[in-house]
Design a protein around this ligand. Sequence first.
Ligand SMILES: [Fe+2]
Length: 215
Amino acid sequence: MAYTLPELGYAYDALEPHFDAQTMEIHHSKHHQAYVNNANAALEGLPAELVEMCPGQLVSNLDKIPAEKRGVLRNNAGGHANHSLFWKGLKKGTTLQGALKDAIERDFGSVDAFKAEFEKAAATRFGSGWAWLVLTAEGKLAVVSTANQDNPLMGKEVAGCEGFPLLGLDVWEHAYYLKFQNRRPDYIKEFWNVVNWDFVAERFEQKTAHCNCAK
Ligand SMILES: [Fe+2]
């Protein structure tokens, strides 16, 4: 079964005025769709064991993919997994609270210190990539960033970092250029108004799904 573009679960204009409807529509229906299409094309002819994995599982197992398809699936199954998580992490009006807030204060010192570290990771990622809040194998929260469509699930040797991603911020220009042009720091600041803390907290407490993405 091929991957499909997941529904957002909210309207393209649901995050206005922070994230604009036009960017959301192009980002979801064009950019994310292209990653799905390219991944499906590359999955053709591969063993069922690989094809049946969700994108998060697949990018956790890049070494099992034939070398000639590894790069295209790293980029496109990676893009699919990353964006599927990104959409779920967005919602207006939620509050950071409970066990997740406690863990952030424990591991970063304060919520503001966490935000500052995340903003720095997002702002200093050169070129295209992502900033992440991850849960490490030791059960601690950490901020990391990846290039291109790499995901912490790919592991240190591939992505340069590791961990179970709880929250991701897309810092490709396609995510912000229409509204923010070159002002990536403004886009990053606006992100805090649309983080779906309820989703992040649920993911933190369950620690089960690889990516929550539809196939
Ligand atoms: Fe994107």
